[in-house]
Design a protein around this ligand. Structure first.
Ligand SMILES: *[C@@H]1O[C@H](CO)[C@@H](O)[C@H](O)[C@H]1NC(C)=O
Length: 124
């Protein structure tokens, strides 16, 4: 009983459910071979939540994956890293940081090496 109360209390008080979805990018830079194979890594509170598939040879990729994270709170840092897959070394195209807020939000951010990332999230 005591443990159950503790678990319920934690779920109610400290931990929100974060869903990250509808990730897409526009105008990603091309590498020296003129190819962009983009993917996104989703990180929350320094935990790797997941990674999208690689969208081959497009500068305007979208990803259908959704990510769930159950230990988010208001103002938790959500970090999205956009990478370009290469044979030898994957390039980091840019990093998007935000402090999550309750509700559903549409975000966009400019990537350091060019292009934009768009994504939605819901914190509940
Ligand atoms: C979140 O950040 C805002 C603005 O800095 C602050 O007013 C609020 O108290 C913070 N909430 C929590 C739970 O830390």
């Amino acid at each position: 009983m005591g443990v159950l109360c503790l678990v319920l209390l934690c779920a109610a008080v400290c931990c929100g459910q974060l869903r990250v979805f509808n990730l897409r990018a526009k105008g990603l830079p091309q590498d020296s071979l003129g190819i962009t194979d983009g993917y996104v890594r989703v990180i929350c509170r320094n935990d790797l939540v997941g990674q999208t598939s690689v969208r081959k040879n497009t500068v305007d990729p979208w990803w259908k994956e959704e990510f769930m994270y159950y230990s988010a709170v208001e103002n938790s840092t959500l970090k999205l890293e956009v990478h370009d897959e290469d044979l030898i070394w994957d390039d980091l195209v840019g990093t998007c940081l935000s402090q999550v807020q309750f509700g559903t939000h549409q975000n966009q951010c400019a990537l350091e090496k060019g292009g934009m990332l768009y994504y939605d999230y819901t914190l509940s």
